[in-house]
Design a protein around this ligand. Structure first.
Ligand code: C2O
Length: 372
């Protein structure tokens, strides 16, 4: 039986927790989405006709105009009322709800309250995050009045992309010409104050990082290490569907019992979260914890590159395909779409990015040759 997100209504959304403490106690917010009509059933989602392909650019190479649009979109969303499904806060809460236990499982149309829904540590990881970014991108396009707007990807698998991309950290000048200090939040909507300040550029991401780690390598060594790790997680340790996507998770299973994350999820994905988040904070906010990761604009750039790894892996070899069991194909999630309509989406509809109306701008793939 596939995992199915419940119809969103308050009674089915419970308190999300972070290590036993309610997310509300930590951030002052519950993780439940707003409900406008508790009897409304989410409609099955349909792709719009004639979608223009939204080309996602590498974050280290975007133009000044692109940065302006991207900042603008985030700024607009940060300005929406917190209870608006399009607000930045609500988008961040989507992640908290699906990852910190706000939803319980549904089985045969019945609430199956024993177990929570968890979209990490299993084969739900790639499809859930693909849909999540899909709607965020459409919402940004809507805010800008530009349906070609595409999210950037943080190209951490390429030497030119291994630092936090500048646009997320840039100090911008206010209209009086002063650089805003100290948090830089007012003028650069892509900045997040809850990051590890030792890891801003030119620091290179370390794919062997762990929060207490002290040693740093020189750049050339770090790049080599990172590329070999990419090779392992994309090729040597990702030979079949299960190793890449992660193990099966079906309704009636406790997702916290056997974690079975795929190679990328378990590897560079999680490490980048921990590397960006502030390790002096108890929960590694923002990027270092499920409940808070979505508040950092860099989260979506990070996940766009994770999503790009799915596309690259699929294109590498004809035997590389998504899970074919209906337990995977029919698993579903509920989102508010770009028209603030509540919709239900299925894994089966997210296996091809072009069908979904987006693709990735090419970037050379250096790790293909980095067999350790
Ligand atoms: Cu849903 Cu990168 O975590």
């Amino acid at each position: 039986v596939p995992i199915e997100a419940p119809d969103i209504n308050i009674s089915k959304c419970v308190t999300a927790t972070v290590r036993g403490v309610s997310a509300e106690a930590i951030r002052g917010l519950t993780c439940c989405p707003p409900v406008f009509d508790s009897s409304a059933k989410p409609a099955p989602y349909e792709f719009p006709d004639n979608q223009v392909i939204r080309m996602r650019p590498a974050a280290q190479r975007v133009s000044a105009d692109y940065k302006k649009d991207f900042r603008k979109a985030v700024e607009i969303m940060k300005g929406y009322n917190d209870n608006d499904p399009h607000s930045w806060t609500q988008q961040a809460k989507v992640h908290c709800a699906y990852c910190n236990g706000a939803y319980t499982q549904v089985k045969s149309g019945l609430e199956f309250e024993k177990y929570i829904i968890q979209v990490h540590n299993s084969w739900l990881f790639f499809p859930f995050h693909r849909w999540y970014l899909y709607f965020l991108e459409k919402i940004m396009g809507k805010a800008l009045g530009d349906d070609t707007f595409a999210l950037p990807y943080w190209n951490w698998d390429h030497p030119t992309g291994m630092t936090i991309p500048a646009m997320y950290e840039d100090k911008l000048k206010n209209p009086d010409g002063n650089v805003d200090t100290p948090e830089n939040t007012r003028f650069n909507s892509l900045f997040d104050p809850l990051r590890n300040t030792s890891h801003i550029a030119p620091a290179l991401i370390d794919f062997q990082y762990y929060p207490q780690k002290q040693e740093v390598y020189n750049c050339a060594d770090q790049i080599e290490i990172n590329l070999s790790i990419m090779y392992n997680q994309m090729i040597a340790n990702a030979l079949d569907t299960k190793s890449f996507f992660g193990g099966e998770l079906v309704a009636g299973e406790n997702p916290n019992e056997n974690k079975k994350a795929g190679s990328i999820e378990d590897g560079v994905h999680t490490i980048a979260h921990q590397w960006v988040g502030n390790n002096r904070l108890k929960n590694g906010e923002d990027m270092g914890n499920f409940y808070s990761a979505g508040y950092d604009p860099l989260f979506y750039g990070h996940h766009a590159n994770v999503d790009r790894m799915w596309k690259i892996w699929k294109g590498m070899n004809r035997r590389h395909h998504a899970p074919s069991s209906t337990d995977w194909l029919d698993a579903s999630y509920v989102f508010y779409d770009e028209n603030r309509k509540l919709v239900r989406v299925y894994n089966r509809d997210c296996v091809d990015t072009r069908t979904m109306g987006y693709d990735y701008e090419r970037s050379e793939i250096p790790w293909i040759r980095n067999r350790p």
